[in-house]
Design a protein around this ligand. Structure first.
Ligand SMILES: [Zn+2]
Length: 316
């Protein structure tokens, strides 16, 4: 049995969001946990891998966005010996999720929020561990190294498993849905979702993943990505286009909805073209998933560009 188990969290559709289970000798650990709705699948995967909830020593979250960390409190309540491992900027939000819930409701709308996530349970502070940037943690028979990565979110780190040369990248090394992988032209694209997106930092994060020596990346969306160098190139090229859009907004006087419409049509063009060159035809359902990303990417990029414009005006 493989030591890294990809668990389909059935977030909106199959193969959209994963959580990972690492088998580490006597211990097991989870990386990301999606939402409360995924907990039965997480525990079933644990059983299949030959572990009990008592064997889980670490519940690691790449960052605190709710499609990654929404089940942290509930999952911890099922795993009596586990600690939550989180970035210093993520930890306060797992301990007290109130603000996180409020801001997610602002992005998704209250009704959609409740349907997607249910109730977010807080985590006792005593059960949270915050690794430093570059720190290595012993988890069972493995050493996991934590590398802080900004660009997608300021509360993000990636996790390098030295033994399997695997790196768990959350949203710091793009999104790669299986439904978009097509023959010899696989497709990895950047996430620019609100509110921390920063193109320069995103590029630094791609550099860190490339330099880590890992042979395989595990983005949360979704499953193993086997060619890190090719993925790196794809992300860098896409980021050029995204920065062009960013600069157009920043240099314009577009605000609010007008700015969003501009970035939305930019991302729409990008995806239409990239799907066409791969000969990918999406079903209506699959298009809905991609539309969520186009919407979030457009929101995040429009927000970042307007913020940058304000900042440059303020500093003259
Ligand atoms: Zn995210």
């Amino acid at each position: 049995m493989t030591d890294i188990v990809t668990i389909d969290c059935h977030y909106v559709l199959p193969q959209v969001a994963a959580a990972y289970l690492i088998r580490a000798g006597q211990s097991a650990c989870f990386i990301d946990n999606n939402t409360n709705h995924a907990v039965p699948s997480l525990l079933a995967a644990l059983t299949t891998a030959g572990y009990k909830p008592e064997d889980v020593t670490h519940i690691i979250i790449t960052h605190v966005h709710l499609d990654h960390a929404g089940a942290t409190g509930l999952l911890l309540s099922k795993c009596p010996n586990a600690v939550v491992v989180a970035h210093p900027r993520a930890a306060p939000h797992v301990i007290n999720p109130t603000r996180l819930v409020e801001s997610a409701k602002a992005v998704y709308g209250a009704e959609a929020f409740t349907k997607l996530y249910g109730e977010i349970l807080p985590v006792p502070e005593a059960r949270v561990y915050i690794p430093a940037d570059g720190e290595t943690l012993q988890v069972g028979d493995r050493e996991l190294k934590f590398i802080y990565t900004r660009g997608h979110a300021n509360h993000h780190f990636v996790i390098l498993d030295q033994k399997s040369k695997s790196i768990f990248t959350g949203d710091s090394f793009g999104i790669a849905y299986p439904l978009l992988q097509h023959g010899s032209r696989p497709f990895l694209f950047p996430s620019t979702s609100p509110t921390d997106f920063d193109a320069g930092e995103a590029r630094i994060s791609y550099d860190k993943v490339l330099a880590s020596g890992a042979e395989r990346a595990y983005p949360t969306h979704f499953g193993a990505w086997n060619d890190i160098a090719a993925g790196y190139k794809m992300l860098m090229v896409a980021m050029d286009e995204i920065e062009n859009l960013f600069n157009e907004i920043k240099g314009s006087d577009l605000e609010g909805d007008a700015a969003y419409k501009f970035t939305f049509s930019g991302f729409r063009r990008f995806f239409d073209r990239e799907l066409a060159v791969r000969g990918i035809q999406l079903s209506a359902e699959e298009q809905t998933v991609l539309d969520m990303d186009i919407d979030l990417n457009a929101q995040g990029l429009a927000f970042a560009a307007q913020r940058a414009r304000k900042k440059s005006k303020a500093t003259g």
